[in-house]
Write a protein that binds this ligand. Sequence first.
Ligand code: MN
Ligand code: MN
Length: 475
Amino acid sequence: MADTKAKKPAAKKAEDNEKKNAWLSYSAAEKKKLEAFCEDYKAFISNCKTERECAAESIEILKKNGYKDLDECIAKGKKLKAGDKVYKNNMGKAVAAFIIGKKPVEAGMLILGAHIDSPRLDLKQVPLYEDTEQALLDTHYYGGIKKYQWVTLPLALHGVVALKDGSVVKVNIGEDPADPVFEVTDILVHLAQQQLEKTGAKVIEGEALNVLVGSEPLKGEKKNAVKANILKLLKDKYKITEDDFLSAEIEVVPAGPARDLGFDRSMITGYGHDDRVCAYTSLAAMLDVTSIDRTAACLLVDKEEIGSVGATGMHSVFFENAVAEIINLTTDYSELKVRRALANSCMLSSDVSAAYDPNYSEVFEKKNAAYFGKGIVYNKYTGSRGKSGSNDANAEYFAAIRRAMDKNKVAFQTAELGKVDVGGGGTIAYIMAKYNMQVIDAGVAVLCMHAPWEIVSKSDVYEAYKAYVAFLKEM
Ligand code: MN
Ligand code: MN
């Protein structure tokens, strides 16, 4: 579809995928650009494995590119004008960035939205215990995971411990090659006869996702000496006590960096492509924009994987409030202007799509599946069963997007998550659509979605970035 000049293909079987592979379209120079972009992306997801780390790094990137803290502008009553760039930090877990357009904000914004939380294991509030001279951390999984995928692989701990004195201790253990790592154990196959008769959902139970963190007892300690030794280490290195876990947010994630995948290095395996691949590419596109007619916004939110709830999720009025503040700093404030700004906006609600997997072809409908190397994926609708829970984008809106993509030679494809009635999923699109704005789901195709190591195609990452730039330029 991206190549409008292509001759009309001869009639093909309905299940054939007719779209050209984007890899075939690159010049040597563009391929170099693609490689460089993906190197930066790999560094981003290797360094940012929690929503907090993603938010902090995004803010650093924004600041380096001339973005000012909106809260400081508000405090100083500093008026904003066309071309000004600001960001708003939401509790260190979500970020909104704006470039003020030449037109009034109430004319509507161009919004790029994605989420920066990913499935993982969270430590419980009382996590540490000793059993038979092993120290373990109890977890509660976050988001939809196949629990059996999270055992017997090196894990890292990322997060914060908030202390009563108001200070916050950052935790990041398991990423430096010199660091220790952690692991959730599984039964040896020799004794797994009964376990292997269980269904996949029950092979590893949620309550069995306990992370092994120690086995050496503290000398002189009579009871729970291994746990006591761990507590001593935590006290010495991080100045935290057992009670401090009560006010901590520590996430257990796969340890190690994202890496090239395949002999041809055409893919990236990494933790948290869902949805940092859309977040990073959206943010990168924002940085490419200098002067625009309509105000541009990039929204990186938390909590999507558990229903977009909470103050840092898309259901929060954080974005609406930020828009109200922007309007207040650009013109005479009125609530009507806020409503108009939101209703007149266009959004790409970006989240990953399921990439076609030849090993599991039975769950895909080939004409309407997403493929590696075929560009950014647009989903008119998501949801499950009879499109339940989906934002069903308007045909007229998608026609305008197709025009923008073709004009800028962006490879794109359309897809559904899988065959009708085999499952489903949701995104943040429907939440923004309730403001009456135009929204469509877009994103990058991912293999092994929600597994500890997910896979994307480098060309799709690059085409997503190009698509977001085209959206901001043309819409
Ligand atoms: Mn997800
Ligand atoms: Mn997602």
